[in-house]
Ligand binder design. Structure first.
Ligand SMILES: Nc1ncnc2c1ncn2[C@@H]1O[C@H](COP(=O)(O)OP(=O)(O)OP(=O)(O)O)[C@@H](O)[C@H]1O
Length: 318
């Protein structure tokens, strides 16, 4: 029986979660909720505390404070009861390395009362081609797909996927995304961490943005995109790398006295955010002409989840 007053449909609830390493709170009073029949994405910069949080929810780490309930149970104290109901895909795969891939999956499936059809699961994740290969000899992407299959083969009610498509080729990524959508349609609560904004935009019903061990924003993707200071369209500019972004920022500010943020998130790719209007493009192209810069592409578009993420967490490296 449930041992907590979790809201109905809330399959995972963390309240005030805290985890400390070496006197540092790497998870610092974090609140998170994931519901059945929905995909909940946890986004955050490197080291933000995502894996630590998810592993506390999986019962693999013991929190130093706060509470976690999964299907109404304590993931550490009630680990045995939760095991058949929860699927876990760890970031490093966490698979035994000495067995053949196919044998491993059959062995995992045999532990559950009503496992998925192994033939169907293997075919859709392309596992047949390497079923007779030992896990240690699999490529990174093959291991990822095997780890995903092992996480879902027992028809769990809750699935934790830590960066499920990291390092996968586009074909595999789409196969993983299709499976995640199917899990949601079956009523599974899917919690995934990811660095791929497209993955979160495509799949997530709800996003939690984590930084410094806390949730700093939550909502659906449309809610997050509509929030925050810069709701006007962002201009994306491709041109030669190393343009003087401060000078361009100042030039645009002189246009309307507004605040502009010009950044070069990757070499030669710029974003220009502010109160974008028709005159902005004219001012931008005039500045480019003055500096003898031929743009390869100028596009005006809505804010994306990546814009929101960078606004919230900053542009410095972690
Ligand atoms: N067992 C541990 N001992 C000491 N420090 C740890 C331990 N596990 C995690 N940390 C630290 O906790 C912080 C959060 O790590 P965590 O793996 O949760 O981050 P993350 O958000 O998943 O990062 P990434 O996106 O890089 O996977 C990091 O600074 C990490 O070094």
């Amino acid at each position: 029986m449930p041992t907590t007053d979790a809201p109905s449909g809330a399959a995972v609830v963390a309240r005030g979660l805290r985890k400390t390493y070496g006197g540092r709170d790497v998870v610092d009073g974090l609140d998170l909720q994931a519901t059945a029949g929905a995909v909940t994405a946890v986004l955050g910069p490197n080291g933000a505390g995502k894996t630590t949080t998810v592993e506390c929810c999986e019962g693999l780490r013991t929190p130093d404070g706060g509470t976690v309930r999964v299907l109404g149970l304590d993931p550490v104290a009630d680990a045995v009861r939760l095991r058949p109901r929860v699927g876990v895909m760890l970031q490093d795969g966490g698979l035994p390395t000495g067995v053949r891939a196919g044998e491993m999956l059959r062995h995992v499936a045999a532990m559950y009362a009503a496992p998925r059809d192994l033939g169907e699961l293997s075919a859709r994740l392309g596992l047949d081609a390497f079923a007779r290969t030992t896990v240690r000899r699999l490529s990174g992407g093959q291991r990822q797909r095997l780890a995903l299959a092992a996480a879902v083969v027992g028809r769990p009610e809750v699935v934790f996927l830590d960066e499920p498509s990291a390092g996968l080729d586009p074909q595999s990524r789409h196969a993983v995304w299709d499976l995640v959508r199917e899990l949601r349609a079956e009523g599974v609560a899917v919690v995934l961490t990811t660095h791929l904004m497209a993955e979160a935009e495509d799949l997530a019903d709800r996003v939690h943005v984590v930084d410094h061990g806390r949730v700093i924003a939550s909502g659906s993707v449309p809610e997050l995109v509509a929030s925050g200071p810069g709701t006007s369209p962002t201009i994306r500019l491709d041109a030669r790398p190393g343009l003087d972004v401060d000078a361009l920022q100042e030039h645009l500010g002189a246009l309307d006295g507004g605040t502009w943020t010009v950044a070069e998130p990757s070499p030669g790719e710029y974003t220009v955010a502010g109160r974008t209007g028709p005159a902005t493009l004219a001012a931008l192209t005039a500045w480019l002409a003055d500096h003898d810069v031929l743009a390869r592409r100028i596009a005006v578009g809505r804010r994306t989840l990546e814009d929101v993420f960078l606004d919230l967490t900053g542009r410095h490296l972690r």
